[in-house]
Design a protein around this ligand. Structure first.
Ligand code: GH3
Ligand code: MG
Ligand code: MG
Length: 325
């Protein structure tokens, strides 16, 4: 039998937080003492309803609960915990239903981590069950963290840190749907650095990479709050401009074109002038050809001599410096 009679002394950080729920004050005290002695931070509740209040306030890692309790019983508490605090683990500790296999199966099906019987002889089993539950929670939390990291990485361009093409495809579909639903404008700017192959040839691929990073910064600074720049691929970028009509998007495109040619980008020991061309398109019809129309306008900008922006629809086109051509 464990020696639970020694007073608990806090010397190390807690191994985890546990909520002990039992309508018997004696059982609560015994279980609490053992878990405290094993290094856990423990709170107590006399029934399921109080337990839920404490859980909402503190978000315990593990809940050790009795089954038969007045008001809210153990199974009802378990169901509520799985709904409101799904990352908390629940261990059912029962005396009344100790031999009730059907009840144990039901608890496990509802998501209980473990189902153990009360014993005044051996408290080690409770400590072990809590340790296993904590380890399971730790692994699940870590998996979720890694999954979130992976999702973020899969949407991020490693070179520039901008959201990537995959991210653009997903976000643009949402923007188009939202703009169509609310009858709002949506503009995009497709950007392609001019003569980038020659820059690579002169300054090497690492030099080209530096320029791509610098351009990402310059173009981002030229955007308004709420606009987002994506790396489309290679030396091509796309800015998504919610609420922008063609004239507004052209203004932004021109700002990027002008800022790019105005900034000398440091590459190794030299500082070089880089220019970009831009094609602008705004939402029309179902929006499925938005990128294609911006790309066609970009082609027009290249054909017209580069270092300028062109709009996809209508006669209005604006070149760098704000002049209208
Ligand atoms: P234009 O003015 O018509 O756009 O000419 P350009 O030379 O920029 O266009 P082209 O498509 O011929 O060349 C694009 C170059 O971009 C070729 C490719 O090697 C380079 N490139 C693509 N991705 C990267 C990258 O991640 N880093 C570097 N340094 N270069 C890249
Ligand atoms: Mg290109
Ligand atoms: Mg290019």
């Amino acid at each position: 039998m464990n020696d639970c009679s020694q007073p608990f002394r806090e010397t190390k950080p807690f191994r985890g937080s546990v909520l002990v729920v039992d309508d018997s004050a004696v059982v609560r005290t015994i279980v609490t003492r053992c878990l405290q002695k094993a290094g856990f931070y423990v709170e107590q509740a006399g029934d399921g309803a109080v337990a839920l209040q404490l859980l909402a306030a503190s978000g315990h890692d593990v809940i050790v609960t009795d089954l038969a309790m007045p008001e809210l019983d153990g199974l009802a508490l378990l169901a509520s915990v799985k709904r409101i605090a799904p990352t908390s683990e629940v261990i059912i500790l029962t005396g009344t239903y100790a031999k009730d296999i059907a009840c144990a199966v039901r608890a496990l099906r509802l998501g209980a981590h473990d189902y153990i019987t009360k014993s005044l002889e051996n408290h080690e089993e409770i400590v072990l069950a809590v340790e296993r539950a904590l380890e399971k929670k730790r692994l699940r939390d870590e998996n979720q963290r890694l999954l979130r990291e992976l999702q973020l990485l899969s949407r991020t361009d490693a070179l520039t840190g901008l959201p990537n093409r995959r991210s653009l495809d997903e976000d643009l579909a949402h923007h188009v749907a939202r703009s169509r639903r609310h009858g709002q404008a949506l503009g995009i700017v497709m950007l392609d650095l001019d003569h980038f192959k020659a820059i690579n040839d002169t300054h090497g691929h690492p030099g080209g990479d530096e320029i791509l990073r610098a351009f990402a910064g310059i173009a981002t600074c030229a955007l308004r709050a709420g606009d987002v720049l994506y790396r489309f691929g290679g030396e091509e970028f796309v800015a998504v401009l919610p609420h922008a009509d063609l004239a507004g998007a052209l203004t932004v495109a021109n700002r990027i074109v002008a800022a790019t040619s105005a900034n000398l980008v440091p590459v190794g020991s030299s500082r070089i002038r880089v220019t970009t061309s831009a094609g602008v398109a705004c939402l029309a019809g179902d929006g499925s050809d938005l990128l294609a129309r911006a790309d066609a306008a970009l082609y027009e900008a290249k054909k017209a001599g580069r270092n300028r922006a062109r709009g996809a629809r209508g006669p209005l086109s604006v070149i760098a410096g704000g002049r209208t051509a």
